[in-house]
Each structure stands twice: as C-alpha cells, then as structure tokens.
Design a protein around this ligand. Sequence first.
Ligand code: SAH
Length: 451
Amino acid sequence: MRYLPLHFDLQGRTVLVVGGGELARRKVDLLLRSGAGIELVAPEISDELFSMLTSHTIHQANYESSRVNNQALVVAATNNPAVNEAVSIDARARNIPVNVVDAPELSTVTFPAIIDRDPLIVSVGSSATSPVLTRYVRQLIEQTLPEGLSAVASYLGQVRDRLKEVFPDIEMRRRQTENFLESPGYSAAESGDFKAAERYLFDKENESLAGEVYVVGAGPGDPDLLTLKALQLMQKADVVLYDNLVSPGVLDRVRRDARMEFVGKRSGYKSTSQEHINDMLVRLANEGHRVLRLKGGDPFVFGRGGEEIIALIQQQIPFQVVPGITAALGCATYAGIPLTHRDLSQSVRFVTGHPKDGEVDLPWQELTHENETIVFYMGLSGLSSICQQLVKHGRRHDTPAAIISKGTTPEQQVLKGTLETLPGLVARTQILSPTIVIVGDVVNFADQVSS
Ligand code: SAH
C-alpha cells in the first residue's frame, strides 16, 4: 500500500490554496465543506472564488515562498507547472502536507474520490494510478450503499458515549451495534425515529451475545464467484475457520479484524480432524462468537458440511448454510465446457474419485451411459484406474476427457484428451492440485464450434 488513507480534521485550521481559477474553485469548495479556513493566493481570481471566500483571506498577488507558513495543508491548483512545483518544494521543505492538482509526483497527499453521506464519508483512492478508475469504483460503491446512511451515522454519533457506558465491553458493543444495523431499528434511525431506534440499540435482551455459525461455500477460487450472502457473512464474522481450498483472493474479502484459523491440511503438518473442527465450531459459538466456517466450493458437495451442522444441531447452536459454486460448475464454465447439452449429454453426475486402499471403488456399470457427463472430484491420484475402469465397463476409449487444475483461478490449467490418452498426458505435465476430471462428449464441444 503506497498511500495510507486518513481522514483529516481541518475544522478551524488554515489551508493555503494557490490558484484562482476553476481548479482552485473545486478544491476550495471541498475544503470549505470540511470547515477549514482558507488562505488563497493568485494574481487573478475568479468572481466566484471571491464570493465563496468573503470571510476568508485572499492575497491577490503572485505566489511567493513566504506564503507557506504553518498551514495545516497546502494545495497548488494553478495551471502553471513551474508555480505548482515551487509550491510543492516549499511545502515539503516545511514538512507541510501538499497536494498539487493532477501531479501526484509533486504531492505528498492526494484527494480521494468521496461519497459524502455526512457524517459518513467513503473515500476511494487508486494510489494515483487512475482517477477515472477511482471515480468508477466510487460509483459502484455508491450504488450498493443503503439509503439513509447519513441519518443512521448521525444517530450513532449522538449515542456513542451512552453506548459506551451501557456496554463497556468493546466486543459486546460491537455486536450490539451490528445487530442493531440489521434490526428494524436501522430503518427507524434512517427515518429519524430515534426513539424507536433506541429500543433496538440499547436492548440488552436481544440476542447479541449468542454466538452463531455460518457454514459458507467460498466457491472454487475466483472471488467474483462468491455469493452476495457469502460476502455479507464474511464481513460479519469475527472468527474464521478455513481450509486449503479457500483461495487467497477469497480470504482477502474477509473482514480485516477477524481472527483467522487455518484448519486444513498443509504438507508436513497433521491435518485438523473433522471432530476437532466440529468441537471448535461449538466452543467458539458458545463463547459468543460469530463463526464463519469457510469451505471451498459448496459446503454440501463433498464438503462434510453435513457433519458440521449435525454437531451444531446437537448442541443447539444457531447456524446458517450458504451454498457456493461447486468446483464442477466453476471449472467447467471457465474451461468452456457445458456440462449438459441437448444432443450430447442429458445428465451429469458428480462422483468422488478418491481411491480407498489404492483402488477407486465405484459402481462402474452405472457410469457408462454414452450421454452422461461425469465429473470426478479428487480424481488425480486415481486417474489411470478411473479411465481404465470406465473403458473396461463399456465407455468408448475415445470418449473425450479433460482435467482442470486450479480452476477459475489465474493459474487454471486445462488438459484435454480421451479416456485412453489423458493419464499419459497428465503424467508428462506438471499438474497442481486441486484438479477435477470431466468425462463426456461435451468436453470437445467448444473446440468443434471454433474449428
Ligand atoms: N466442496 C468442494 C469440494 C471439496 S472436495 C466443492 O464443492 O467444490 C475437494 C476436491 O474438489 C478437490 O480434490 C478437487 O477435485 C475439487 N476442487 C475444488 N476446487 C477446485 C478447483 N479450483 N479446481 C479444480 N478442482 C477443484
């Protein structure tokens, strides 16, 4: 992170603005909203600036170094690069933060794009790479922000001290406030009915102390494949239990201050047993935490989510399960393979290819329908055996087959062959886990179209 975002309290402090035209006007407008006192210097000053600054200081003169003098912030907004540079040098020499409009290389601070729902401010910066992108992102965020945030923020500001008295424990206060934000109290505060809001925010009886567990599907890797519900709960949880299949990009979207617990398998370490994970979920929820159990793909597809919720039901812990995009769906789509197709495949089966005692033990005679696509999870180590058994039980040896490694991530790799050739191809290539194997005529579907 090249730039640290800070929100600057300029109330009653002085800002030196150099420039008298449109660029300066825009900055002055913003600075006035923050309550700063303005000292403006420029040889020519627009009428508009004059009328905006009637109760501030204006020097109608050329800029001189001595103007930089103990101000809280200096802004250079002239269209003369030499003047802008001189202002920057002078401010930096005196250790005063300086912004030069459109010249990040001369600035020590930059103005972010903002969404102003005063007292709530959202600021967006792109580390001076692209102001257009910054504004675009601001617009995306603006669309998703609930209405009435300003009123809710004002209300929470008003009751902040009292909330501290009533709920002295910081964790308890945070949960109480989070619960309030999802209660009908939010809309009450939004519409200015602070009395009704009060009942929810200060209600000690509400369930703020009861912990809960969210068993959430994190999808196959690409964070853009998370569901909105998954994202919301990822932002709400305070402890997160995750395993190998959850990609770094997804983990980045978990609330910053959540405690992260890795409960997967890492080479060289013993993996955490399922019983131990179940116990952890129960214990953390009983301690009052909002526990996020983040699982690759979908929690109920080869994910042992079922075992986890049994443990929660037995201990009467409230929980939610959120489906995720399972690896078969994500990988097939990102590899351009439709899992079913009117003419080629009328059904699809998800099968575990995990070998037990070195053998993949499956009801092979059920897997030989010409018009069915089969997706093998955990099929890498047993790949040769899977392909041989399918042919032995009647599938064509030239049935197309693909292996997809690290599907939907930037490292995705796809190898295509047939039941006969795929094991050899894989043996000659370095393939990284996790991988999924797709068998059926749909594998070559897209290639036929493009050739
Ligand atoms: N619950 C998960 C599956 C867990 S089993 C889901 O719904 O996707 C683990 C297996 O999932 C791996 O061995 C592999 O076969 C498959 N898998 C998970 N993510 C994958 C990915 N990004 N690319 C390829 N295969 C993946």
